[in-house]
Design a protein around this ligand. Structure first.
Ligand code: GSH
Length: 323
């Protein structure tokens, strides 16, 4: 049903990255009646795909990908972030004898022109006039342009939707930021404390699961599920690098419910097709686990604040510290 073409674009450092252009076939769109609703939402860009700056490894972007796929929204995927090892040039304001194996992001020029912060996910309109950033906002955006052929991820009931937004913010606070803390912090006790907080966050999430459904008793995938899933799916890396395991069972079936939810979401066709290769992702995460990653979330976590509290001005100063 889906066709993937590959185009190339050149990066600022004259590098080349492969960019997957992903689009839904016309028949799928006809089937879902989405074309009509799409043209209602975007009268000037009728059936022209969105540009989706993303990256195969990014759990934040994974949220946006799932939301776009859920609604069968047509998009062009631009693989916009890469990594490169940098050696000191001698001009740095730190001792060039320090380690030389830090990884920095290089970014597609098109991403930087759409979003000067160079963050993904970033969704850009076909005419390049509008952009959407921030993963949770991208998920809501997908709901808004989805056209109604598929259930919205955020409840239509404003009371429920408000509760879901708060729960998703808690996922960020309790799970997302502690995921990075467990990987990046070097103090063993801090790592263990961060993992306990992460498990506490999963417990709060799982307390809203029923046997067969999704968060909050929904019958279909929802906003809070999408907020957590990319992290929940990636927790095997904490077992691998740190030896920390999410409980398999206990607490009156809470953990069994949690794991069956994880399997249920992973098994949805349109989610399954978005999962990265497990070994490839493990290798990618080694940069974080070995204190080599110099990304915004990595730098903020090393500074001892939430991964989401990145601040380029402060973090640029600390970027070369090992702690
Ligand atoms: N708060 C953002 C965080 C997104 C984020 O940190 N994305 C990472 C990739 S996983 C990024 O774009 N990093 C660029 C950088 O570190 O310069 C969101 O929810 O979308």
């Amino acid at each position: 049903m889906e066709k993937k073409n590959f185009i190339m674009f050149s990066l600022c450092k004259h590098r080349l990255l492969t960019t997957a252009v992903k689009s839904k076939s016309k028949s799928v769109r006809a089937e879902s009646n989405r074309a009509n609703s799409f043209s209602r939402a975007f009268p000037s860009s009728k059936s022209l795909p969105l540009t989706y700056f993303s990256s195969w490894f990014c759990p934040f972007a994974h949220r946006a990908t799932i939301a776009l796929e859920h609604h069968h929204i047509e998009y062009e995927w631009v693989e916009a972030l890469g990594w490169e090892k940098q050696k000191p040039t001698g001009d740095e304001e730190f001792d060039a004898k320090e380690r030389k194996d830090w990884f920095y992001h290089h970014k597609s020029p098109a991403l930087l022109s759409a979003n000067p912060l160079g963050m993904i996910p970033t969704i850009q309109s076909h005419d390049k006039k509008d952009v959407v950033t921030e993963s949770l906002v991208c998920v809501e955006f997908a709901d808004e342009i989805g056209g109604g052929a598929y259930p919205t991820l955020l409840s239509r009931n404003p009371w429920h939707a408000a509760r879901e937004r708060v729960a998703a913010m808690n996922v960020n606070k309790q799970v997302t930021s502690n995921y990075y803390a467990v990987l990046v912090r070097t103090d063993l006790e801090e790592r263990a404390a961060a993992f306990d907080k992460l498990v506490a966050g999963l417990r709060v999430f799982a307390s809203e699961l029923e046997n067969e459904g999704f968060w909050g008793g929904r019958g279909t995938l929802g906003f809070v599920d999408v907020a957590l899933f990319p992290y929940a799916w990636r927790l095997y890396v904490l077992e691998h690098y740190r030896g920390f395991n999410v409980p398999r069972s206990g607490e009156m079936g809470l953990w069994e419910n949690y794991h069956s939810w994880l399997l249920r979401v992973s098994a949805l066709d349109y989610v399954h097709s978005t999962l990265p290769d497990k070994n490839k992702y493990l290798k990618h995460v080694a940069k974080y686990a070995n204190d080599q990653a110099r990304s915004k979330v990595g730098n903020a976590t090393r500074r001892g604040v939430s991964a989401l509290d990145y601040d380029d001005d402060i973090d640029a100063e600390n970027a070369h510290d090992n702690q």
